[in-house]
Design a protein around this ligand. Sequence first.
Ligand SMILES: NC(=O)c1ccc[n+]([C@@H]2O[C@H](COP(=O)([O-])OP(=O)(O)OC[C@H]3O[C@@H](n4cnc5c(N)ncnc54)[C@H](O)[C@@H]3O)[C@@H](O)[C@H]2O)c1
Length: 334
Amino acid sequence: MAKIGIIGAGTWGIALSVLLHDNGHKISVWSALPQEIKDLQEKHEHKNLPGVVLPGDMEFTADLGHAMDQKDLLVLAVPSIFTRSTAHAMNPFCKEGQIVVNVAKGIEESTLMTLSEIIEEELPMADVAVLSGPSHAEEVGRRIPTTCVTGAKSKKTAEYIQTIFMSPVFRVYTSPDILGIELGGALKNVIALAAGIADGLGYGDNTKAALITRGINEIAKLGVRMGGAFETFCGLSGIGDLIVTCASMHSRNRRAGILIGQGKTMQEAMDEVHMVVEGVYSAKAARRLAEKYDVPMPIVDQVNEVLFEGKPAAEAVQELMLRDKTKEANTLTW
Ligand SMILES: NC(=O)c1ccc[n+]([C@@H]2O[C@H](COP(=O)([O-])OP(=O)(O)OC[C@H]3O[C@@H](n4cnc5c(N)ncnc54)[C@H](O)[C@@H]3O)[C@@H](O)[C@H]2O)c1
């Protein structure tokens, strides 16, 4: 049995708490919101995961130092816009070599840093790892078979995390490619917005498949240029996560995209989804990364123009369809 602190009590932190509790570990969950802790203590249910019962011996606390004290493993599960502030607040309580598994997805807009880079900057004493893949909290909370990949600097840490999370309903693979795993997870949210927009416009499965396929092509080109491994983008945290995010109504990025495709503005869509739509933040970061690394990302460009420059969604699709003729893969020649 391991002692685990879950830092962040959103839907993903709570679903992982249930999984890790099922695996026999001792769980303390921290939230920045005292009212959320009170509700969890009283109701043993998270408002966005109805029907997922939280066991009586799971601890909920608003005291960050207590949640981190003497833990074998910390899971950092706050939305990416709070990753830096939360990691900063964790610093005084973090011990040397503390394993911190980041499960959020995003890129910091102002610095273009990945989340593990931010955590390493704020917690230089920690052993920072990641866990990512096609894994909606609503399904993990209901114990539906799910697969993920964990990335860590050492094989030993990756295999430790694998052992902690693995269960008959949650299969975990290991990888040394932290960067590739993080880029896949962050950038797929931008493509999910595009997939939602296409749905909102009333387009069909052909359009969706085109966005998924050409979307992973853009993500992989940028990711490889930045130092990620091509194989990672063909794996669970790459194409796997992109498929689930573009296909599922659990995806808030896709749901926001549908509303935009139906004619709502970005702000109206964000307000209606009621949750953080990370793809909106990642879209700007992705475009700047594309410029910095000189990688063409036409879908990312069009999503940015629709979100931030008021371009009608149907016009964006037309532009994608009428781009200059090109080959499918630059590496293949006659
Ligand atoms: N939900 C999923 O299915 C899922 C799956 C895999 C990965 N993720 C990733 O996990 C991360 C968290 O997602 P989520 O679905 O749990 O998000 P969420 O929208 O449910 O998170 C909201 C939570 O953020 C926390 N919060 C609010 N204000 C805060 C603050 N100022 N500082 C710190 N924490 C604060 C609160 O606990 C709140 O409940 C995201 O990066 C997401 O991409 C989510």
